[in-house]
Design a protein around this ligand. Structure first.
Ligand code: XIL
Length: 374
């Protein structure tokens, strides 16, 4: 039985207030928000969230576009916004295969560099970036998306050139550059069995080698149905048992039809727009709005059940209008994955999440799912 969503608004309460005894509530922010050119969205971030992640401005291609050339302009503004507003500031990310310029891996003749050269570049980058914000960033996504769906290491240029220990090296450099910062491994689809097993093995290896790793980020790019609540519940327990903080780092709920791909957040996946893939250009139908609210209520019931292990839940964006899911994996769609609409107003899903915090909601049980309510 699904819950009946009350029409009364919970707008007096905020997300950060509602979950203040449970976990931080974050949002990935873009320049319009942290430079405050969009004042409405900037105000929304300050009112509702107590943590921020940089959607793009700390990625290698933005912060270090050419050899020896750093551009900290936007990253500095991001950090300044967080400091001024006393938000827990997250760094995303230090080492990833995507949004990293090709020159990083190549010599003057366009051949791959050798292991020592790439390790030196990695170290220099991590020291420049993590070192600059030492004491201000509470935690870094040190390595992002190092695993393939089958749980083996993704064969990225990092791995091809340095070898499997590039991950340990990145964590060691990050720890040297900012000894106080929490260091995280971040990935998507960690709810899926083979990838989860791969992540557990990876983390255990790091721990056995004495590498400092504090937490794991489940990105949380979900759809209305997948992954099941059971899978999410198990993933959180599994990583918590390793002694790690668990974070939901990039939460959103995709309501649009999937163009034939398995649920993932593989940024390289791209599909052409075709009939049927963009059904809600004139607004979200009431029944889907209700489904979205129920999904969010269910997700937060699970997160609350694990509030001892979960340190932060971060949404990947602030309002539906600026979500990356309007352009991925199909460009130019109208998606509705977040808690605030295109006018920055709270949606029924926002009220549903707040009600979950107030313990007023019962979790929806579908056949085969155990009672996960707290
Ligand atoms: C996305 C951004 O939201 C987009 O603006 C950008 O074009 C591509 O990257 N996993 C991650 C994030 O770790 O950094 C990605 O962010 C979404 C998937």
């Amino acid at each position: 039985m699904g819950i009946v969503l009350a029409t009364a608004s919970c707008a007096q309460t905020t997300l950060k207030e509602a979950f203040k005894n449970d976990f931080l509530i974050g949002a990935a922010v873009s320049p319009a928000q942290f430079c405050e050119s969009n004042q409405v969205e900037a105000a929304l971030v300050k009112a509702q969230f107590n943590s921020i992640s940089p959607e793009n401005v700390m990625k290698w291609e933005v912060i270090h576009p050419e050899p020896g050339q750093y551009d900290f302009a936007l990253a500095d503004r991001y950090v300044e916004f967080g400091v001024t507003n006393q938000l827990a500031i997250i760094g995303h990310n230090l080492i990833w295969h995507s949004q990293t310029p090709d020159w990083v891996f190549r010599d003057a003749k366009s051949n791959y560099v050798d292991r020592d050269t790439l390790l030196a570049r990695m170290r220099e980058h991590i020291f420049a970036v993590a070192g600059r914000y030492r004491g201000k960033i509470i935690g870094w996504d040190v390595v992002n998306e190092a695993l393939a769906d089958n749980g083996t290491l993704r064969d990225s240029p990092w791995r091809k050139i340095i070898g499997d220990d590039y991950i340990a090296k990145a964590f060691e450099f990050a720890h040297e550059a900012d000894p106080q910062a929490e260091l995280y491994y971040n990935d998507f689809s960690l709810e899926n069995e083979p990838k989860q097993a791969g992540a557990v093995a990876l983390i255990k290896n790091l721990q056995a080698a004495g590498v400092k790793i504090c937490g794991v980020g489940l990105q949380g790019h979900y759809s209305l149905e997948k992954p099941t609540l059971q899978k999410i519940d198990k993933a959180i327990s599994t990583f918590a048992k390793l002694g790690l903080k668990v974070m939901v780092t990039e939460l959103d709920v995709n309501v649009l039809p999937s163009p034939g791909h398995a649920l993932s957040a593989e940024v390289s996946e791209r599909y052409r727009m075709s009939a049927g893939l963009n059904p809600y250009t004139n607004g979200l139908p009431a029944d889907v709005q209700q489904q979205l609210a129920q999904r969010y209520a269910d997700l937060f019931s699970i997160f609350l059940k694990h509030r001892v292990s979960i340190s932060r839940v971060t949404f990947w964006g602030v309002t539906d209008g600026n979500s990356w899911l309007n352009d991925w994996p199909v460009q130019g769609r109208t998606n509705y994955p977040l808690l605030f609409n295109r006018e920055s107003k709270p949606k029924p899903a926002f009220d549903a999440v707040l009600k979950t915090a107030q313990g007023k909601t019962a979790i929806k049980l579908s056949a085969g799912e155990s009672a996960l309510a707290r």
